[in-house]
Design a protein around this ligand. Structure first.
Ligand SMILES: [Zn+2]
Length: 437
């Protein structure tokens, strides 16, 4: 079919309001401008992350205290003279303790993982003997985003970075990553209070040198960001997708999940809203690279035209079956600009649930534009009255669903929505130029 010129806009953006009528698009110069993502993310992922883990798979860590080069000046290891605290005896152990001596429920007993060593904040030089797991323990406070960044050489070495969380009875894996040249990044956050996490490192080949950096950044959930909103933070691994409302997929590329603080807050907030509605977790995919660049630049193959500085995010969509994996919701036709839904071919797309998904973002008054196939926009809009009646969407947001800016057509958006937030200061009146997804 002939290329359909995507609606484009020099959107006169009065923040909090709607944009101006779309103007003709600036030339979409590269092929990637319309290819927000590769055709089928599930199929082709050249630098795939580790498949979704079976937590029991490597439950027999063989550890070496020698794994940690740095003398630890963090919290002490198990005191030599202290009795071991068996997991099933913690209740007894704490019953007799004075209240101030009791560890918070989120804090694991010392020595929970064999060989664990306390990581210090900042840089931790580590040695990674081949096929030997190195475990560093980190205590979260409940009010800090924890960023874990492993740099190593040679850059092509095979290294897995995994993060576990204490769930009250055992260390449970949150996620792992094996992709990225010389770099592994994961993040954790648990607003419920103090919480023990572990960083587990394993090299299956020779590693010359390695350094784990632990970065604590004050962080809180919520629909409003009041300061430091542009800071680039990695989307934390969900502690429980059913409660956090978002999840990861086997092809999630973690080093591409760095967003502005405000956008990270709003992805999490939307997840909490959807979880409260009893919905399945959605799947956020690319935000920006760890360095704020377009995902894929690191391997010479940008996956988007935009997605810089953490202002953009791609989210999966809800189907009528109640699930939200990354999948197409129509029969697509290949045009010169990319995939577009054939007329009348939408199937399984839940307009009501997706209207509800977009609402928390729109309610921030900081969304500048979103991209979605026009056929899916139409179904979303047709469900809007019901969504408002049922309290899933604030009636004051109605206009944003139909202004042609906050939801606008772009090829290759039959399987996800692309959301963009403002980089301007809150309250500023600015013109934000159109930028292809
Ligand atoms: Zn996108």
């Amino acid at each position: 079919m002939s290329r359909i010129s995507p609606v484009a806009a020099l959107s006169a953006l009065l923040l909090g309001g709607c944009g101006a009528e779309p103007a003709p698009s600036p030339d979409a110069t590269s092929d990637t401008s319309a290819a927000d993502l590769p055709d089928d993310r599930g199929a082709a992922q050249p630098r795939s992350e580790v498949p979704q883990p079976d937590a029991s798979a490597d439950a027999t860590p063989e550890l070496s205290d020698a794994g940690l080069d740095a003398p630890s000046d963090g919290p002490p290891d198990v005191p030599r003279g202290a009795p071991d605290v068996a997991l099933d005896s913690t209740a007894d152990a704490t019953r007799d303790a004075s209240p101030e001596a009791m560890a918070p429920a989120g804090t694991a007993p010392p020595g929970t993982l064999p060989g664990e060593r306390a990581a210090r904040d900042g840089e931790n030089p580590v040695s990674l003997p081949r096929d030997t797991e190195v475990v560093l323990r980190v205590e979260g406070s409940g009010s800090e985003h924890l960023g874990f960044r492993l740099e190593f050489s040679p850059p092509g070495a095979s290294v897995v970075l995994r993060v576990d969380r204490w769930d009250g009875s055992e260390a449970r894996e949150l996620g792992r990553t094996d992709a990225g040249a010389g770099l592994r990044v994961l993040a954790a956050f648990d607003p419920s209070g103090p919480r023990t996490f572990w960083v587990r490192l394993r090299a299956t080949g020779a590693v010359g040198s390695a350094r784990l950096t632990v970065t604590r950044t004050p962080f809180r959930d919520g629909a409003r960001c009041v300061s430091d909103c542009a800071r680039l933070l990695q989307l934390p691994l969900p502690n429980d997708p059913a409660r956090d409302g978002y999840g990861t997929a086997s092809n999630t590329v973690f080093r591409y999940q760095f967003g502005r603080r405000d956008l990270v807050q709003w992805v999490r907030y939307a997840g909490q809203v959807m979880a409260r509605q009893g919905r399945a977790p959605f799947i956020p995919e690319d935000l920006s690279q760890w360095n704020g660049e377009t995902p894929g630049v690191d391997v010479g193959a940008p996956r988007h035209a935009s997605h810089q500085r953490g202002k953009d995010v791609d989210l999966s969509l809800y189907g009528n079956d109640g699930r939200a994996p990354w999948r197409s919701y129509c029969r697509v036709l290949a045009g010169s600009g990319g995939r577009e839904c054939a007329s009348g071919s939408v199937m399984n797309y839940d307009g009501l649930a997706n209207a509800a998904l977009f609402a928390p973002f729109f309610a921030t008054a900081r969304v500048t534009m979103c991209f979605l196939d026009r056929a899916l926009i139409a179904v979303t809009r047709s469900a809007l009255d019901q969504a408002i009646r049922e309290g899933l969407v604030d009636g004051a947001l109605r206009g944003l669903y139909g202004d042609g800016v906050h939801l606008q057509h772009w090829p290759n958006h039959d399987n996800h929505i692309h959301l963009r937030v403002s980089e301007a200061a809150p309250g500023a009146v600015v013109f934000e130029p159109f930028e292809a997804p």
